[in-house]
Design a protein around this ligand. Structure first.
Ligand code: SAH
Length: 459
């Protein structure tokens, strides 16, 4: 290898990796370049060389790709959040489809022709900005020691001040400016990760797109906040403000929220509506961040389940019962399972709020509750829906699903690598893929949601 670190090279970017980085070759040797796009000719500085590949930093775009667009956010290269903001939206969708397809073929072992024939077009968004109903801004200080809110610079924990993320709602800025002014006036310190000192760590903001209700939760490294009344009176003046709380997190950890929530003003939850189902959401509950696409996602899951009204349906990893309630309208009985107790509280309240009576929610791990209810109480399943976190389903959960022999399985996934791994186990256990469709829940990023329908094989 004749190249070395810090060499300046000219590369034609021919491909893109799973994290959105551009890939090009010098003398047949592949280099990965963050922020370079397929079709670009670039000048790059070699930063790291391994045996069979290397990394380089984009220095200059010599001839831009025809897929390059002007990024909306001026911080998009510094921030780790929007890996694809400079790529035309239809190409972003193509990238995501290919990523899922490759994982199904390489990890899942499914024949490429089968995957190609099953994959329906990705459901994209009309406007791929300002779609997020939730933001968690870290709080820190600038060089002069003044409090700032912003985002972590890619792969680091240093904060770049920006209260106006292009994916978030306009209200984020109003809320953060109020909190920063309150911090300055009352000398409230920002949390420092290195020392574990300082009070304010993060600010969680959620907005109900259908209700226009706003929730703010301050995550603090202490028991209480000074000058609370002043903070409350300023925050409660923001139009839509419905819930102000704080969460205590005194651990040295990357986990943002603490386990305890203390309500300061208003109600514990905010409400939102997806389709015609209303939801009540508390600060610790999982709720999909893109409500416009969530409606499409849930409708797709219901379509793939193809319910006739006589079925017993399980919704594993049910969160606040969103998919359960969508399914309940068309099924005989739905059982939801979720590990976070507050989410199950919300799920039960949501069933009541919508006068839906044919759902029962269980608190616990899917891999423990499902075997218990099946082997112990004999509850069966016609359809099982799973929507696990990124690490996918537990093996014990998959094994019980196979024992229960539901006619259909619907797998909703935000990580196509673990999806492919789990689909292989389910298909080896007697199921066949029937439908595959991606929903773009996270425009501008490399992430993609995928819904897969499976049918039991009758041999
Ligand atoms: N279907 C819901 C939530 C999906 S997110 C929705 O669309 O809103 C995944 C959920 O799985 C989270 O609420 C998380 O708390 C929960 N979870 C994580 N591990 C779990 C486990 N082992 N058993 C049950 N639920 C789990």
């Amino acid at each position: 290898m004749e190249y070395k670190k810090n060499d300046i090279v000219v590369i034609d970017i021919e491909d893109m990796g799973t994290d959105g980085e551009g890939i090009g070759k010098i003398d047949g040797f592949p280099l990965f370049v963050k922020d370079a796009l397929i079709g670009d000719r670039i000048e790059a500085r070699v930063t790291k060389l391994k045996k069979n590949y290397g990394y380089a930093r984009l220095e200059k775009v010599l001839a831009p790709s025809s897929f390059r667009v002007r990024p909306e956010c001026r911080f998009h290269r510094q921030c780790g959040g929007c890996q694809l903001q400079a790529l035309a939206y239809d190409k972003q969708l193509e990238f995501k489809r290919r990523k899922v397809k490759n994982n199904l073929v390489r990890i899942g072992g499914f024949p490429e022709a089968l995957v190609e024939s099953l994959m329906e077009p990705v459901l994209g968004m009309e406007d791929g900005f300002h779609y997020r109903n939730k933001a968690q801004f870290p709080i820190g200080v600038d060089r002069e020691g003044r409090p700032v809110a912003g985002f972590y610079a890619g792969r680091t924990h240093s904060i770049i001040a920006n209260t106006d993320c292009a994916l978030g709602v306009g209200e984020n800025r109003d809320v953060l400016e109020v909190i920063l002014a309150y911090m300055r006036k009352n000398h409230v310190s920002a949390y420092e990760e290195t020392t574990g000192r300082g009070l304010l760590r993060h600010v969680l903001i959620r907005k109900g797109f259908a209700s226009n209700e706003l929730m703010v939760c301050l995550v603090i490294n202490g028991k209480d906040l000074p000058a609370k009344e002043e903070l409350i009176s300023a925050l409660s003046c923001i139009p839509g403000m419905t819930s102000v709380s704080y969460s205590i997190n005194r651990e040295k950890t990357n986990v943002i929220m603490g386990k305890e929530i203390v309500l300061l003003w208003g109600s514990r939850t905010i409400q939102d509506k997806i389709g015609d189902i209303r939801f009540s959401i508390s600060p610790l509950s999982f709720y999909q961040v893109n409500p416009v696409q969530t409606k499409k996602l849930y409708e797709l899951a219901v379509e793939f389940a193809d319910l006739q009204g006589t079925e017993t349906v399980w919704d594993l990893y049910c969160g606040i019962g969103t998919i359960s309630l969508f399914m309940a309208r068309k099924a005989k009985q739905v059982y939801g399972v979720e590990v976070i107790p507050q989410a199950i509280e919300d799920a039960r309240a949501n069933a009541a709020l919508n006068q839906i009576e044919n759902v029962t929610f269980f608190t616990g791990r899917a891999e423990e509750v499902l075997p218990e209810k099946y082997a112990g109480e004999g509850i069966r399943a016609d359809v099982i829906v799973v929507d696990p976190p990124r690490k996918g389903c537990d093996e014990a959960c998959l094994a019980t699903m196979l024992q229960m022999k539901p006619e259909k399985i619907v797998y909703v996934s935000c990580d196509s690598a673990t999806l492919a791994r789990d689909l292989k186990i389910l298909c080896d256990g007697g199921y066949a893929l029937s439908r595959v469709r991606c929903v773009d829940m996270f425009p501008q990023t490399v992430h993609v949601e995928c819904v897969v329908g499976m049918q039991r094989k009758h041999i």
